[in-house]
Write a protein that binds this ligand. Structure first.
Ligand SMILES: C[S@@+](CC[C@H](N)C(=O)[O-])C[C@H]1O[C@@H](n2cnc3c(N)ncnc32)[C@H](O)[C@@H]1O
Length: 470
């Protein structure tokens, strides 16, 4: 068991690329100018046809199609993770990560008064590794484990659902599609240990028994939700950045530099089938999404912002649900506690890549704006944090768990791997700082989750905008 996944971060080799911006490289396939254009795949052709028929589309629409379209969306194909894929995530680095998450939920289950019936909910479970490790660790606490009446997974990708099904030891004989008018994309099975597992397309469809307290985890889910991009023009107004076909001349828009390049580099890489353009007038999305006064006063001409209304929608729903059912949530992702401008990027073969090349062939992501999530939860749930992953894992005892695992093996290679994984998860220069945790509790709850600091009155859910000084 010890170091089971440590082979993905061997000592002496450069670490695989996390989906976060530290050690960012923009030399991925197609990032440089002068690379020959690849043939567009079916999804690229589909997006090109949409643009040619209706005009440039938002970055959010492009991102949504590139990740989750049934015709070749990146996650729909489901081959993303690990050394053979494009990136590794914390649960895939070490079992310690999922075990600590289970301990955190078990601790707060006590603080919530040991509810007899709970439902574990995960948004974007990837390969099912985090949930598998959490369930295994939860078995060590029999009363807590007995309270778990079901596991509810929000996953769009049919291929990843299959991987999760196998990972959780689900019985194929007991797997069935549930014909439910309200949740057409729902399926159900039974995992090892007899726990019912349910899959859903969207959070809206999740429906555990009403007397179950939801314990919700979302790891690297919000960074995959689509963002709109805006730039403040010389007229002082917010213009939206849209995705256009690289060959098309469009007199409604201004051609911009490609994502991930320096402002002075104006030319479009030849390998791109798509380009960013800026609307000449204020778009409806800009008018709708940037209404808040802070966008007028805190940003200068030439500044960019990324906004994810889909993240706000999911967060508001989650906050409402957690409050009504007296539940608990933990959101873990990379990002900052303020609105950011230029983080939309592709990830391919463990490198950063130009997101406008070959949609569907690479992961697309943007850093999470935790202040926006807290803002979306206001009036519904109480958000605590975000705090840095390194601080969280240390406070939750990762060093003690590391010691246990080190003592359980006499193999020095395994021991080295374990220490390396611990460092990758906690070191501020690795994943310890840029990854953050946000806890979500019912608005009425007086509980301050461990290890979050008590909020200072007005700070609770207060939106925060800090401009990045470039
Ligand atoms: C970056 S992966 C993270 C996987 C896993 N949590 C981990 O850390 O290893 C994002 C996950 O969210 C899922 N996903 C992305 N967008 C989604 C959406 N709009 N609705 C439901 N699931 C989505 C993907 O299929 C994938 O399982």
């Amino acid at each position: 068991m010890a170091g089971r996944r440590a082979r993905w971060c061997p000592i002496g080799e450069p670490p695989l690329q996390q989906r976060c911006p530290f050690s960012a490289r923009s030399d991925g396939p197609g990032a440089a100018a002068g690379v020959a254009k690849e043939e567009l795949g079916p999804l690229g052709k589909h997006i090109r046809d949409i643009i040619l028929a209706t005009g440039p589309i938002s970055v959010a629409k492009y991102m949504q199609l590139a990740l989750t379209s049934p015709i070749g969306g990146y996650y729909t194909r489901g081959q993303a993770f690990g050394r053979e894929g494009d990136f590794v995530t914390s649960p895939e680095i070490s079992q310690m990560f999922g075990e600590i998450m289970a301990v955190w939920f078990r601790l707060h289950w006590e603080m919530l008064g040991r509810p007899a019936r709970t439902a574990l909910v995960e948004l974007g479970p990837g390969r099912g590794t985090l949930m598998d490790d959490m369930l295994r660790a939860a078995r060590r606490f029999p009363e807590f484990f007995a309270s778990i009446r079901g596991v509810h997974l929000v996953e769009r990708s049919p291929e990843l659902r299959r991987v999760q099904h196998d990972r959780l030891g689900c019985d194929a004989q007991q797997t069935k599609i549930v014909a439910d008018q309200n949740a057409p994309e729902r399926s159900v099975s039974v995992a090892r240990g007899g726990i019912p597992i349910h899959w859903y397309d969207m959070l809206d469809a999740v429906d555990p028994d009403s007397d179950c307290v939801p314990l919700v985890i979302a790891h690297e889910f919000f960074d995959a939700l689509p963002v709109h991009k805006f730039e403040k023009g010389t007229d002082g107004l917010w213009h939206e950045l849209l995705v256009d076909v690289a060959e098309s001349s469009n007199n409604r828009a201004v051609v911009l530099r490609p994502p991930g390049t320096q402002p002075q580099q104006q030319q479009q890489p030849e390998s791109c089938h798509f380009k960013l353009v800026r609307t000449r007038s204020v778009s409806a999305s800009a008018a709708l999404l940037l209404r808040d006064k802070r966008f007028d006063v805190q940003f200068d001409k030439g500044d960019m912002v990324e906004v994810s209304p889909e993240s706000a929608r999911v967060m508001a729903q989650l906050a409402d649900w957690i409050s009504r059912r007296n539940g608990l949530g933990l959101i873990i992702d990379y990002g900052q506690d303020w609105t950011q401008g230029d983080t939309f990027r592709g990830i391919k073969n463990h490198r950063f890549a130009n997101p406008l090349v070959s949609p569907g062939s690479m992961d697309l992501t943007a850093d999470v704006d935790f202040s926006y999530l807290r803002f979306a939860a206001r009036g519904k749930a109480a958000c605590h944090g975000p705090i840095e992953q390194g601080a969280f894992l240390h406070a939750m005892g990762i060093q003690a768990r590391l010691q246990q695992l080190l003592q359980a093996t006499s193999d020095s290679k395994t021991q080295k791997d374990l220490v390396d994984c611990y460092r990758r998860l906690t070191d501020p220069l690795s994943m310890g700082r840029v990854y953050k945790m946000l806890a979500v509790l019912p608005g009425s709850s007086a509980v301050v989750p461990v290890p979050f600091a008590p909020p200072t009155g007005a700070d609770l859910n207060k939106p925060k905008v800090e401009k990045i000084v470039r």
